[in-house]
Design a protein around this ligand. Structure first.
Ligand SMILES: *[C@@H]1O[C@H](CO)[C@@H](O)[C@H](O)[C@H]1NC(C)=O
Length: 198
């Protein structure tokens, strides 16, 4: 006796919400363009919400703890994810022509302050001349020791910076993503200051 059978588990999980649909598109690598043709998105007023937000910016603050080796961090639009070990951002719902990377860096430092420290990126105000600009800040960190008159030692870092900018041409990685990238490396030299007696 041969018993043959087949079972089909037909589970339809996708998609209750517009976000579910976007996520499914993203996983497939499909462009998410005509939200208005997608029932869930139409119902949720996705296009209208995008329109309402289209001139908004955002303010980001916080701190990062990193190892004392070269590295980078970035601020870029779109949900980020890994694809074949590459860090990518989903910009499909924005369109590359609509991304304005105008930015103001209020403050950036690598460690504690000491009297007279200069953080050269503070109050950097950059207006993007065209859409989808990629800004790269190449930062050279110089470990610094500041010794106060009372003997207190502040271990911190100074840095110098050069900025590069270009029009981003793609969506992947350091090469072509619109955004603000900070790429830092550590100087092998260390500077030591001793506070003067007043
Ligand atoms: C980006 O936005 C800034 C500030 O609103 C504006 O001055 C600039 O012209 C815009 N750039 C582009 C390419 O639209």
């Amino acid at each position: 006796l041969v018993l043959s059978f087949s079972v089909c588990f037909c589970i339809t999980l996708c998609c209750n919400t517009c976000d579910d649909v976007r996520e499914a598109y993203r996983r497939r690598g499909w462009a998410f363009k005509n939200a208005d043709t997608i029932e869930q998105c139409k119902r949720e007023g996705f296009t209208q919400r995008m329109q309402e937000q289209k001139n908004e910016g955002c303010q980001v603050y916080g701190f990062l703890e990193v190892n004392k080796v070269a590295g980078n961090f970035h601020f870029a639009p779109g949900k980020s994810f890994q694809q074949s070990h590459v860090h990518v951002h989903d910009l499909q719902s924005f369109g590359l022509d609509n991304i304005n990377m105008t930015h103001l860096i209020k403050h950036l430092s690598f460690g504690k302050d000491y009297p007279g420290i200069v953080n050269p990126l503070d109050e950097t105000d950059v207006t993007a001349p065209q859409a989808s600009m990629m800004y790269q800040y190449f930062v050279k960190i110089v470990p610094t020791i500041y010794v106060k008159t009372d003997g207190e030692v502040v271990k911190t870092n100074q840095f110098s910076v050069t900025r590069h900018e270009k029009v981003a041409n793609g969506l992947i990685g350091d090469q072509g993503l619109p955004g603000v990238f900070v790429l830092y490396e550590l100087s092998p030299m260390m500077v030591k200051f001793t506070e003067k007696q007043r």
